[in-house]
Design a protein around this ligand. Structure first.
Ligand code: C2E
Ligand code: MG
Ligand code: MG
Ligand code: MG
Length: 279
């Protein structure tokens, strides 16, 4: 009896390993096609000005839906793209898609409510990608001040010439730079004074810690660092009114999170904006 059970266990174990391997292969193949066919979607998550409660901008986030496996998260997409050596193509595809959607909604994506686009740390130093973004913005006739770039501090781990020139090129083009997931990487803080940054985004993991005293001290310290370097601060992952109230009280300017809205398809933004403004 025991060994029969064991066999049942082993065969279902083997089966799930097999299924995972099949899924992985399928996802790899489908991702190559999706990038080629421009079939990765981009959604937009609103950002709020904590003082005025007005909408202060949006973050563009990739969304990939597959027929066979449903929604595949950005983290899995990025990991797969990395394995396939097509992270550059992925970022380029998502960037172009984001810009093409932004172009269709000029009353929503404005200088006063800009859209930030994520660029993978690995690609931030790519002159080809950054020039592509700047040219794409120009070609579409978008105001560069309505576009921002989000990059995690991993990209700045070694501030080589490439990272420096990417940052300078964006600054010259009038595109702002947000430092994403601040405090979660291994970077030294020295880059803060060396690069033309505009905004610092506090990672959700710190926001969660606002429940306890040491977490609150940490958040105050982060906001204080940002102010010293004349950066604005955005808190991500706000889910409760308590978190909102605390971050506002320590001088954090902007917030983003499920408390306001998750990322929405562009066509749902007008209705969301109407409802938000009515409240
Ligand atoms: P991120 O740039 O830090 O984006 C914030 C993530 O937190 C998003 O997850 C967003 O949906 C989620 N989030 C926002 N508010 C809340 C909240 O209140 N609670 C919770 N639990 N989560 C919240 P998402 O879309 O799954 O993206 C994960 C990461 O994948 C992003 O982190 C970013 O690093 C990367 N990513 C997403 N889209 C893109 C893209 O288009 N290009 C690149 N290169 N990376 C992307
Ligand atoms: Mg981001
Ligand atoms: Mg972030
Ligand atoms: Mg984050």
């Amino acid at each position: 009896e025991f060994s029969r059970q064991q066999n049942v266990f082993l065969s279902s174990y083997n089966e799930s390993i097999h299924q995972a391997a099949t899924r992985k292969k399928d996802i790899q193949k489908m991702l190559i096609e999706a990038i080629r066919d421009f079939n990765i979607d981009v959604y937009f998550q609103p950002k709020i000005d904590l003082q005025s409660r007005r909408i202060s901008g949006y973050e563009a986030l990739m969304r990939w839906f597959t027929d066979e496996y449903g929604y595949v998260s950005p983290l899995e997409v990025i990991e797969t793209a990395q394995e396939l050596n097509v992270l550059f193509e992925l970022d380029k595809c998502v960037m172009k898609k984001a810009l093409s959607i932004i172009k269709t909604l000029p009353h929503i994506f404005t200088v006063k409510s800009p859209v930030s686009i994520n660029i993978s740390a690995r690609n931030f130093g790519s002159k080809r990608l950054i020039d592509g973004l700047i040219l794409g913005v120009q070609d579409l006739g978008l105001d560069p001040r309505s576009i921002e770039v989000e990059v995690t501090e991993d990209a700045l781990l070694t501030i080589g010439d490439q990272v420096q020139s990417s940052a300078n090129a964006l600054r010259e083009a009038g595109i702002k730079i947000c430092l994403d997931d601040f405090g979660t990487g291994y970077s030294a803080l020295s880059y803060l004074g060396k690069l033309p940054l505009d905004n610092l985004k506090i990672d959700r993991s710190f926001v969660i810690e606002s429940e306890n005293e040491s977490g609150r001290l940490m958040l105050e310290a982060i906001v204080s660092i940002a102010k010293s370097y004349h950066l604005t601060v955005t808190a991500e992952g706000i889910e409760t009114p308590e978190q909102q109230a605390f971050l506002a009280s320590i001088g954090c300017e902007y917030a983003q999170g499920f408390y306001y809205s998750k990322a929405l398809p562009a066509k749902e933004l007008p209705a969301w904006i109407d409802t938000y403004q009515a409240e």
